[in-house]
Design a protein around this ligand. Structure first.
Ligand SMILES: Nc1nc2c(ncn2[C@@H]2O[C@H](COP(=O)(O)OP(=O)(O)O)[C@@H](O)[C@H]2O)c(=O)[nH]1
Ligand SMILES: [Mg+2]
Length: 353
């Protein structure tokens, strides 16, 4: 089997966590699987890809361009995975990702007919965003969520560990009735619930190859996408003390960026901070909006000495504002922890500019 699935979905919905859990689960129970993290930064190491590898997933990355527009790179990578014995490969798409059904699925099937078996086009959503849609809130973001869900063959309601049974059923029923073209399943990438369902849906189902009625030039949709600034930072921190708490350090950076952006009325749907030390111990902190608590996704087991850090962010604010905020927060926080920094890479750009 040469199955390929795109995972679309809003920033922070859990695409990476799900791809990690799914590829590990499939490989253990059904057949070898692989994941691809796709994002735009040029020549960067993605936090998602590094996290996936540190977590033991069979993972690789495609950067510089959306897989929507580099089918040669994508097909070469897919063929490598299948030659390596994979039966299922999943990839996410950068940013908001609306349009991948047309560009990736229809593009691949036109250019490489019959080469790949396309699994249901999969869109992840988290309960908080279902709530926004149900309450008719969410502003620009709601436009993106609706467009994404219209593309779906399979809607994955993730983070169901955060819901009571009755809430879960209500959300599932609402999604099924508003997006009747799609199957809806509920999972928790965090606990592993529903992974069997998801594996079977992808391995046994196939893409509908629909052409949903989405106005990709819609001014609101375009406006929302144009506001997005992407940020990629990689550095190494040399630690002087011997009780350095890497997790607290990452959480302090996330908290300070959140506070600074709140003052400036900027929204930050997702910032990821990943740090690891040479022996493979690592910490991960996620910021998922100015109004949500900082999430410590993984704690360092021990105090660490030297650490490598990757910070990736997507924010709805001008590039100069995000750059200024992140740079000064990283410098001030690192000073406070008496770290010496060596920068490797920084990229910051606005998608609309
Ligand atoms: N409670 C809970 N949190 C989750 C789950 N899946 C992902 N998350 C958290 O949601 C945040 C965003 O996840 P990520 O996979 O990076 O989302 P992505 O931006 O769509 O790739 C992280 O803090 C994850 O730990 C889940 O099933 N349950
Ligand atoms: Mg991700």
């Amino acid at each position: 089997m040469r199955k390929f699935a795109v995972f679309s979905g809003f920033l922070g919905s859990g695409k990476t966590t799900t791809m990690i859990a799914l590829t590990r689960y499939c490989t253990a129970h059904h057949g070898k699987a692989a994941m691809i993290s796709n994002d735009l930064g040029e020549g960067v190491t993605l936090a998602d890809d590094r996290l996936a590898r540190l977590s033991g997933a069979n993972a690789s990355q495609i950067t510089d361009e959306c897989i929507c527009f580099c089918h040669d790179v994508l097909t070469a990578r897919l063929n490598e995975c299948y030659d390596d014995g994979c039966e299922l490969v999943v990839s996410d798409i950068p940013g908001f990702g609306v349009g991948a059904l047309e560009h990736v699925y229809h593009g691949l099937s036109a250019e490489y007919p019959g080469q790949f078996e396309l699994a249901p086009f999969t869109v992840l959503i988290e309960p908080r965003n279902v709530a926004l849609l149900r309450e008719n809130q969410g502003g620009d973001m709601a436009h993106i969520l609706r467009a994404q869900l219209k593309e779906a063959d399979l809607i994955v309601l993730n983070k169901c560990d955060l819901l009571e049974d009755a809430e879960l059923e209500a959300d599932r029923a609402w999604l099924a009735s508003h997006y009747p073209q799609a199957n809806v399943i509920a999972i928790s990438a965090a606990t592993g619930e529903g992974l069997e369902d998801l594996s079977r849906s992808l391995m046994q189902g196939s893409a509908s190859m629909a052409h949903p009625d989405i106005d990709y030039d819609d001014a609101d949709l375009q406006n929302a996408m144009d506001q997005l600034t992407e940020y990629y930072l990689e550095y190494v921190a040399q630690v002087c003390c011997n009780d350095f708490d890497g997790t607290e350090y990452l959480a302090d950076i996330a908290g300070a960026v959140q506070a600074e952006l709140r003052i400036r009325n900027c929204e930050i749907p997702h910032m990821k901070l990943l740090a690891w030390e040479p022996e493979g111990d690592f910490g991960k902190v996620d910021l998922l909006g100015t109004d949500r608590p900082i999430e410590v996704t993984r704690r360092f087991a021990r105090p660490c000495t030297d650490v490598a850090v990757i910070l990736n962010a997507n924010a709805a604010c001008p590039a100069s504002v995000l750059d200024g905020v992140i740079r000064s927060v990283v410098e001030e926080t690192s000073d406070r922890y008496q770290l010496e920094l060596r920068y490797f890479k920084k990229e910051c750009f606005n998608l609309g500019e």
